[in-house]
Design a protein around this ligand. Structure first.
Ligand code: LRY
Length: 225
């Protein structure tokens, strides 16, 4: 299943609590749009959303389970949560391999692979974390969390293509994820050695898209939203 993602676009279909699109049926509709547009895979948060998506497509699903911890959501911080994703139909399990996760990353990578029989996508924020995750047996390493750990905030506007290049240069199978918004950025990620690219809000969050385009209007600064 993992091999099907190689060289492809993975579309992350997520909506947090309180978002107008927060409904498993809507997430599944977004996933179907991604399928029709030619996505190679999907990235989906929570067993409920994975189940809804599974009913509509056989495309590979990278599953994650976000849990609030400290200043942000960490990604699938336990084997129990990972098992829930696998049971719901996730083909790949995404795990937070930054020091901000309460889980012991290397042990969790091994447990997901050995006990659940699922490949692992390690979400990291730095080169060191990526190399450690790769060394711990992660099947792919995502640049997902670059810009989002406490010492990196606030995130820049652009994706961290340098991190993609640095990991790829060291032989890591790297998934470019986080703040990809244009065709040019996607091309540059592949040129830098990305194995796949994940795009989320630029495709699946109309609130974020509206806010970004609105920022280019004369009313951007004068009036409240
Ligand atoms: C930092 C974090 O928790 N990222 C999450 C990981 O799954 C999602 O909220 C992002 O939407 C996803 O990574 C895709 O990124 P973007 O929406 O920028 O294309």
């Amino acid at each position: 299943m993992l091999g099907l993602l190689r060289g492809g676009l993975v579309v992350s279909c997520q909506a947090p609590a309180g978002h107008p699109l927060r409904d498993p049926g809507v997430i599944a509709a977004l996933a179907e749009c991604a399928v029709l547009g030619g996505a190679a895979g999907l990235r989906i948060n929570s067993p409920a959303d994975i189940r809804a998506v599974r009913r509509r497509t056989a495309l590979p699903v990278i599953g994650l389970h976000k849990v609030r911890h400290g200043h942000r959501d960490v990604i699938t911080p336990s084997l129990e949560l990972a098992a829930g994703l696998a049971e719901a139909g996730a083909d790949v399990i995404a795990i937070d391999l930054t020091p901000e996760s309460p889980a012991h990353g290397p042990d969790l990578v091994a447990a997901v692979r050995d006990e659940l029989g699922r490949p692992v996508m390690a979400d990291v924020s730095t080169l060191e974390e990526g190399l450690a995750a790769w060394g711990a047996g992660a099947d792919v390493v995502g640049t997902t969390l670059s810009g989002y750990t406490a010492r990196q905030l606030p995130p820049p506007d652009d994706p961290d293509i340098e991190l993609v290049a640095a990991l790829a240069a060291r032989g890591v199978r790297v998934v470019a994820e986080g703040r990809y918004r244009t065709e040019e950025q996607v091309r540059r990620a592949f040129d830098a050695g990305a194995w796949a690219v994940v795009v989320g809000s630029a495709i699946t969050d109309p609130v974020a898209i509206t806010a970004r385009l609105r920022a280019a209007t004369p009313r951007a600064v004068d009036e409240p939203r």
